[in-house]
Structures are given as structure tokens and as C-alpha cells.
Design a protein around this ligand. Structure first.
Ligand SMILES: [Zn+2]
Ligand SMILES: [Zn+2]
Length: 143
């Protein structure tokens, strides 16, 4: 028998795939529903209002947004920030610009290593790569 300690309330429980005990799983599910329902009725609420009205921890709400579990509609108030530049975003961990840069960064590193011609400045090359990445990213998004 696999016994774990609940990450939320600290009680020990029989492990069944979740890091929370069954009671906490139910409570968190209910909290999630409360937040989702509240946002459904009040889509322009700020994080402070949601916390005040639903009594749900701000950290939990932010986590759901980052995990993409809780999704805000296009004209909602942003409640989380890009982990790279701090710009307000609706969902995920990075804003669109930083997501492209993160992708391009990985691509450029590989390509820069292959590029051996010394006459070609690395900044110039990065510009070229960025354009290529941007196109690739846009194409992926439209696909
Ligand atoms: Zn618990
Ligand atoms: Zn960003």
C-alpha cells in the first residue's frame, strides 16, 4: 500500500495518482468550478476581485492559468505575467513575443554552430534566423 502525505492539508492518505488527498481533490475541484463560474459571469474581473469573491488562493488561480486549465477570453483582464519579460498575459508562461524568441533561440543556437564563415557577423545572422523563425512560427500557427 502506497501512503502519501497530502500536499495541501498534510494528512496521510492512500496514494492513487494525485498528490492531494481525496478530500482536497474534491475541494480544489469545487474551487476551480467556483472561479470558472465567477469568471463566466464576470469576465472582466481582476485577480483581486476573483480572490475576494471566490475565497480561492491567488496562487492557485495563477497556476490554473499557467497550466492552461483555466482559460480567459480575449478581452478579459490579464491576471498573470510573462515569465520572461513581465508583460501581462492571459494564459501560459510566456507572451507571444517571448515564445517566438524562445523557439528561435533554440533554432539559432544550432544553426550558428553550423555557420562557420567568419565574414558573416553573428548579429546579422541572428537577424536572418529571427525572420526565418518568425515565418515558421506564423506558419505553424496557421496550420
Ligand atoms: Zn488534503
Ligand atoms: Zn514576454
Amino acid at each position: 500500500m502506497d501512503i502519501r502525505q497530502c500536499k495541501r492539508c498534510g494528512k496521510v492518505f492512500q496514494f492513487s495518482g494525485s498528490t492531494l488527498c481525496p478530500k482536497c481533490v474534491r475541494e480544489v475541484d469545487k474551487q476551480f468550478d467556483d472561479v470558472r463560474n465567477f469568471l463566466y459571469d464576470n469576465p472582466h474581473s481582476t485577480l483581486e476581485t476573483v480572490v475576494e469573491e471566490t475565497k480561492v488562493n491567488a496562487q492557485d488561480i495563477k497556476r490554473w492559468l499557467k497550466e492552461g486549465r483555466l482559460i480567459l477570453t480575449g478581452d478579459s483582464t490579464a491576471m498573470i505575467q510573462c515569465e520572461s519579460c513581465g508583460k501581462p498575459i492571459l494564459t501560459g508562461k510566456l507572451c507571444e513575443t517571448c515564445a517566438v524568441q524562445a523557439k528561435c533561440g533554440i533554432l539559432s543556437l544550432g544553426l550558428l554552430k553550423k555557420e562557420s564563415r567568419p565574414e558573416r557577423k553573428s548579429t546579422e545572422l541572428q537577424g536572418v534566423l529571427k525572420k526565418k523563425c518568425m515565418l515558421r512560427y506564423v506558419n505553424l500557427n496557421n496550420a
